[in-house]
Design a protein around this ligand. Structure first.
Ligand code: CDP
Length: 239
């Protein structure tokens, strides 16, 4: 069976309904919620504060330390709490992406902690977490050269689609599913994170980059609106 229609009725390049809001955790220095359909992520930023142990301090620049976690009941089969290989990998790619836009020279010898929690997962959680973290850092007043925006581009059978769901990730027929999470900077559209789960011919890779630029530009608009104080909830009234 060829893939001609998305299971949730979206156009190939259409994003899921978005929720975006900052300031959701008053005790944090900065915080944000970002949701894409049923994938819901929150991020909290604490710091900058002096880094321990002292041997890790760098008098030239600070570090961004990210921790990504899923709530046990965010997925259909309970996720074991605590670190896993997957959560360590996602924390690392998230730290790298965020460190590329933060002006680390502003906080020598220090650390900014970024805690990301996935409340509900329906694929694309690393992207939702990065979007929330980017907003939370800006909300905390951490100096950034640009924001970062993340989206997962899929190749389902022979179609390039934006913001894939778990159901699409599990599509087994035809050429099968490919999941390409991209993170881009807001002004230069530099790619600061790119992963690939599946296969895509080089000839079609350019198409996936174009799709991610378009999708990230749309998502950026929501991030900026939320940072200006708007509470966006396109999920309202939907189950
Ligand atoms: O979430 P993301 O797409 O960034 O990462 P993934 O490792 O490709 O996981 C895809 C999806 O699989 C997640 O979003 C969850 O919906 C699901 N998953 C799960 O059900 N249980 C896990 N322990 C991990 C992921």
């Amino acid at each position: 069976m060829t893939y001609t229609k998305r299971p949730d009725g979206r156009e190939m390049h259409e994003l899921r309904p978005i929720r975006a809001e900052v300031g959701i955790i008053p005790n944090a220095d900065g915080s944000a919620l970002f949701a894409s359909g049923k994938t819901v992520a929150i991020a909290a930023v604490y710091g900058p504060k002096i880094l321990h142990p002292a041997s890790m301090r760098n008098p030239e620049k600070g570090i961004i330390r990210c921790e990504y976690n899923m709530l046990p009941f965010s997925v259909s089969e309970r996720a074991r709490p605590g670190p896993s290989r997957r959560s360590k990998e996602i924390s690392k790619v998230t730290s790298n992406a965020l460190s590329s836009v933060v002006d680390l020279s502003r906080f020598p010898n220090s650390v900014v902690d970024v805690q990301i929690m996935i409340l509900q997962a329906d694929a694309g959680t690393r992207c939702a977490g990065i979007n929330a973290a980017s907003m939370a850092l800006a909300h905390a007043g951490i100096v950034m050269n640009e924001l970062v925006t993340s989206v997962s581009i899929g190749k389902i059978d022979d179609k390039i689609v934006a913001d894939i769901t778990k159901e699409e990730e599990d599509w087994e027929e035809g050429e099968g599913p490919t999941d390409i999470p991209f993170t881009m900077t807001s002004r230069k559209n530099d790619i600061v994170h790119l992963q690939l789960d599946g296969n895509i011919p080089t000839s079609r890779f350019k198409e996936s980059i174009d799709a991610s630029v378009k999708a990230c530009n749309k998502i950026l608009d929501y991030q900026i609106r939320a940072l200006k104080g708007e509470k966006i909830n396109e999920n309202e009234g939907k189950k």
